[in-house]
Design a protein around this ligand. Sequence first.
Ligand SMILES: [Zn+2]
Length: 410
Amino acid sequence: MKIELIERFTSYVKIDTQSNGNSESTPSTEGQLTLANMLVEELKSIGMEDVTIDENGYVMATLPANTAKEVPTIGFLAHLDTATDFTGKNVHPQVIENFDGNPIILNKEQNIILSSADFPELPQYKGHTLITTDGTTLLGADNKAGIAEIMTAMAYLIKHPEIKHGKIRVAFTPDEEIGRGPHKFDVEAFHAEFAYTVDGGPLGELEYESFNAASAKLTFKGQNVHPGTAKGKMVNSAKIAMEFNSKLPSEEAPEHTEGYEGFFHLISINGDVEETTLTYIIRDFDRDSFQARKELMQKITNELMLTYGETRVKLEMNDQYYNMKDKIEPVKEIVDIAYEAMENRGIKPIVKPIRGGTDGSQLSYMGLPTPNIFTGGENFHGRFEYISVDNMLKSVETIVEIASLFEAKA
Ligand SMILES: [Zn+2]
């Protein structure tokens, strides 16, 4: 199974599927469609049924039940695209067998080294088979590891009919990294009661809580006059913007928060005397404090309007996604089954909140409760991304075990 898994993964990462937030189409980039079509063929070749791809590049397939019991239909999902933070073109994966624990030279020419000085978790992978980049691109384990693991788990179940399971649905979806993910996902057509995204990080990760999320754009209008004759006339929009930001609690920012703490994050500032814009994202696990954060943005806006005039400040705020916990808690048994599945396979589950978004947050609010499980990857979204094949195999085992537990408990 190991060789099969490595072959799958390394062939997927060679296709550039970086998404693009500036593109209007779905999928946002052509490469995702290339991978999607390749996966369609592979799903058919391993023996999956009802393999479909729609006009937006969403791939779905079915593994029929092999039991007479009434088992709920479960789904497994992974996303086709890779992050926009770093290039995903010309990925040259390097396979390191039996990792000796010493620093890994990713790129000799450019002196790019993966070492435990920067990545303290590295020594714990001693003895594992690792897959790294060549130092010039990201790897794309986020989320092609998830795709390879789901595909391998399905192939395994097909070859092992003695493992009983209910109907299993699989989907590969575009544009997760640009926050669109399941926007056009046909939940009806997928027709599963519960699902899991296989999109987490290191071994054992199990997540069913995510942020509540909103974005806010502030536009400040100024009035430019020659500075020599500006007294009483000039209004400097950049300074109003700075005043706005100074009224936010400075400790409640990504660089000062962790765990369950929320924040305001100033992601961009653009401006001059005449016009300045500030763009923020607002994040909080708790729905009430999420609301309070949005109210604070409005309150500061109102204060500045009072001082400088209503036309000088404009606030546009939009909710992006909500904490999936609210939708998963009522069916908490799906988290418990994943937990048990990991324990049965000797994996210590690590349940923690996701300090970010996930396709599962949207899917859960679209009526498909979807927690997230690990892929085995580390350092997503950059040149130091790597993954342990040993842990990828554990992810495959977890998927198989989840399917079998649903049957056993039915
Ligand atoms: Zn991902």
